[in-house]
Design a protein around this ligand. Sequence first.
Ligand code: NAD
Length: 475
Amino acid sequence: MIKIDNFINGEFYPCGEYLQGQNPASEAAFYQVANSSAIDVDSAIEAAEKSFYEWSTLDVEKRAEYLLALAKLIDENANHLAKLESLDTGKPLSLAKRVDIPRSAENFRFFAHAITQFASLSHPTPSSLNYTLKQPLGIVGCISPWNLPLYLLTWKIAPALAAGNCVIAKPSEMTPLTANELAHLSIEAGLPKGVLNIIHGKGSQCGEYLVGHSKIKAISFTGGTDTGKKIASRLAPMLTKYSLELGGKNAAVIFADCDYLSMLETTVRSSFTNQGEICLCTSRIFIEKTLYQQFITDFVEKVRALRIGKPLDDNTQVGALISKQHLQKVSHFVEKAMHNGGRVLCGGKAFNLEGKGYYYMPTVIEGLDAYDEVNQTEIFGPVVSIIPFEKEHEVITHVNSTTYGLATSLWTENLSRAHRLSAQIESGLVWVNCWMQRDLRTPFGGMKDSGMGREGGFDALDFFTEKKNICINFQ
Ligand code: NAD
């Protein structure tokens, strides 16, 4: 049984209490993870506080070297990390190898370079000079979810460290394995003690305590909308900075003039990659009526052909869902869809392999109104709903009708329409004729209930720094 302890001040510390960790594909309990208390968080904050001055005043190039060393170590340990990610989440190993782990290394590499280019403005006049310092905040909290464990945790840790902050990271208690490995790699990379601390445990316990701690200068959070709102309500009266990346109910909007084959292949991927457990996954497909029947036939055929299987098998395209509880949530929404008059064109049931695992078949539903509860609520699983439309203005109203606003894919070869609709769609990201094509320099985040603030590029470095204007009078 693997035991995962907290990582504080460059060392591993046992905790008073542990949670049981499970492989969602085999249901085997194979590790125990610390369930931290306030005392553990306090120790981590104390360590971070002691390290802050030296880390924040280190040459930027030197900080970048540490991040590059971490990126290299992630690359060198990629196979091991990918296996841990697959065991912990139920995602296909091939996906973890192709996406999760390379991107985690890239996060460190990207921000190592970005920080060396993070300049500030000066405003000269004949009698004075104003210039702006962008200074690290101090100790910051980085809280991440279970769906892309190392990918999303490093997406926060890397800019926070690059900007000169000390970090208390709180990975999801459901997927702590790769964060624990990152702690080991940070020792190997020679990262100074106390600069990165990793606290494990329940969000309602150590997460809440971390958020409310007076020494925490900012919280970068990715997770559910309800949790995000709770965190915001806690932080607002304390005037603590926060950035929230929350849930989504993403649409694909498909016009008959699109590049059909490219759209078809990408929409299967955008709907079912990682079992639909990516915040950016498509869950509503709006399709122009003239293309509807052909699309339904071809799409369902492709979805039926997806290979569902054990996550560690090379051929597997769809693995297990994260937990029994999540499986029940997904099942509940499909039952609701049927109850509300939806027709299940494929999938629509849970299953197991050799009697084990939280698997759910990729599911396609038609016949639901755009305003049906199932088309308005985040399911976060392998379920898509297909809705026909006739008019441009009608589909934009439907797309914008949810409380969410994270990502939309727009499929059309009409350039004017692509520009016109992109501006009207209420989501932080609009992909035209593609999905999840990411450039780490661009702002990433959602509108409405999908979040507040932007990650990525200099936006992330801005978040993790405070601007100070200095005015020199030389009259
Ligand atoms: P969650 O909100 O339950 O948990 C996320 C993290 O917050 C975990 O580490 C958890 O322990 C912690 N947490 C929970 N309650 C807390 C509290 N009161 N105070 C402090 N920390 C707390 O979310 P989840 O189920 O792990 O993740 C799934 C959700 O994340 C989905 O809604 C998905 O859309 C969203 N998500 C969003 C993005 C994005 O970039 N917008 C990316 C991935 C996932």
